[in-house]
Design a protein around this ligand. Structure first.
Ligand SMILES: Cc1cc2nc3c(=O)[nH]c(=O)nc-3n(C[C@H](O)[C@H](O)[C@H](O)COP(=O)(O)OP(=O)(O)OC[C@H]3O[C@@H](n4cnc5c(N)ncnc54)[C@H](O)[C@@H]3O)c2cc1C
Length: 429
């Protein structure tokens, strides 16, 4: 029997966010006796793990984004509205958006995370970030514009700041971005910008912790740093960014060093993307909603949070919450789907248990670190594994094919084909 959205009355579930968590939730509830409205400010799902490849010209944005309506279209009990949620009124069971208000019986918040500048307004204003597709396109434009500036202003002699690229934060995103920039230096500058001395382009990776990829094993961290250094990246660990003056281009580090740069890429932290209306008492560490073992926001009866925005602790393994990664988001989405069906049928829901599938990062051609089910690999095989898993995780056959073909092209040509400035980046003053 098909459950048609238009004729269904209750129960009505509103899902805010069609990301990793929200999508898995609705897939579980496809054609089930629950009416669902998905609200997202974008009309696409964004596969964030490959965003750095859009920023570095290896992939176009349509390779990693997937239309939400294409996924939801075939789900009879689910409807989509492109809407930015402004506020939630839990007393009235109401969601307030830029296109009007919606009432719910159950609400699930799956809004994900945003970049954390730890309260530094100057850094927030002037650093590049990598949290959305527009961010990735801005960064792509900025990188190419810096090369153009270096050429047009080469006579003044002061081109150092245009060709210095500083990545802050040595997690997977920072490591992968720094690796891509180093490959641009090696392969793109000599081909496209032959008047620029490629040796003048410098890539720096700044990490406050004692090692890069701190969430992985020591061996993976060590190997990743070695791969980066082989590519010519200057890696500084135990070093934090103190301040950035965009006018002079001076980036001051905690060890007193000043790097002159026009491009600081901030990948040093994320925090939950909360929505006004939920009591501040329920927002804890990392700006996330405190949830119980069933992803229900504590003290609220019918409001759930899943994915990056949720903060669930366990006494032993996760006293500080689960990592903000795609696997947790997907697992919580699936479980909540099953649990909501149980709750509606007055059955006991199941608590969440994180099943850690491992983690990985790639550092340029033939180089990656890979940890899965306790198996640790580095180098060529890890790189192949990284590519295979990312292809499989992409949503939709077309996206897989486009990414695969782009990777093949980049592999044989040593180039990043999408070196185009379609929307010039204008830095904030
Ligand atoms: C650059 C980068 C690389 C990453 N690489 C990896 C990786 O390699 N492996 C890994 O496991 N994880 C990785 N992650 C983390 C992973 O992407 C997140 O853990 C995952 O996306 C969390 O899923 P989510 O559903 O909670 O949030 P998201 O997937 O971010 O989805 C949130 C959705 O909510 C919508 N939204 C937000 N606010 C509103 C609002 N007010 N109104 C309407 N809609 C709203 C957004 O548009 C978005 O569609 C990476 C993250 C980034 C940024």
């Amino acid at each position: 029997m098909k459950h048609h959205y238009q004729s269904m009355q209750t129960p009505h579930l509103i899902v805010i966010g069609g990301g990793f968590a929200g999508l898995e939730l609705i897939k579980k509830l496809n054609n089930k006796p629950i009416k669902i409205t998905v609200l997202d400010k974008n009309n696409y799902f964004n596969f964030q793990p490959l965003m750095y490849q859009v920023a570095s010209g290896g992939l176009g944005p349509d390779a990693i984004a997937y239309p939400l309506r294409k996924i939801i279209g075939s789900m009879p009990n689910v409807a989509f509205r492109m809407a930015e949620v402004k506020e939630v009124n839990t007393a009235q069971n109401e969601v307030i958006t830029n296109i009007g208000n919606f009432t719910y019986d159950y609400l699930c918040i799956a809004t994900g995370a945003q970049t954390n500048f730890f309260g530094n307004a100057e850094l927030e204003k002037h650093c590049m970030q990598l949290k959305s597709i527009p961010d990735a396109l801005d960064l792509r434009s900025d990188i190419l514009q810096e090369f153009e500036k270096a050429l047009s202003e080469s006579k003044t002699g002061d081109i150092e700041r245009f060709l210095n690229f500083v990545v802050v934060g040595g997690g997977p995103t920072g490591v992968e971005t720094a690796g891509s920039l180093a490959e641009i230096k090696k392969n793109v500058i000599p081909a496209d910008y032959k008047e620029i001395d490629a040796n003048k382009m410098q890539v720096h990776l700044i990490e406050a912790a004692p090692r890069v990829l701190a969430a992985m094993s020591e061996i993976s961290s060590k190997k990743a740093q070695q791969f980066l250094e082989e590519l010519g990246v200057h890696v500084q660990t135990n070093t934090a960014v103190e301040s950035y003056d965009a006018k002079t281009g001076n980036l001051t580090l905690s060890n007193g060093q000043i790097l002159k740069t026009d491009t600081v890429i901030w990948s040093a932290g994320v925090k939950g993307k909360t929505i006004p209306g939920i009591s501040a008492d329920l927002v804890v560490r990392g700006n996330r909603y405190k949830v119980d073992a069933f992803n229900k926001i504590e003290t609220l009866n019918n409001v759930y949070a899943i994915g990056d925005i949720s903060y669930m602790t366990t006494d032993e393994a996760f006293p500080n919450g689960h990592p903000m990664v795609g696997t947790v988001a997907q697992q919580q989405g699936k479980l909540l789907g099953n649990n909501l069906l149980k709750i509606i049928n007055n059955q006991q829901p199941k608590p969440y248990n994180y099943f850690n599938l491992g983690s990985m990062a790639t550092i340029g051609r033939h180089k990656a670190v890979f940890e899965i089910f306790g198996i640790k690999m580095q180098g060529y095989i890890a790189w192949l594994g990284w590519m295979f898993i990312h292809l499989m995780l992409l949503v939709g056959f077309r996206n897989r094919l486009v990414v695969f073909l782009n990777w093949m092209w980049n592999y044989v040509s040593y180039q990043r084909a999408i070196r185009i400035i379609t929307r010039p980046f204008v830095p904030k003053q």
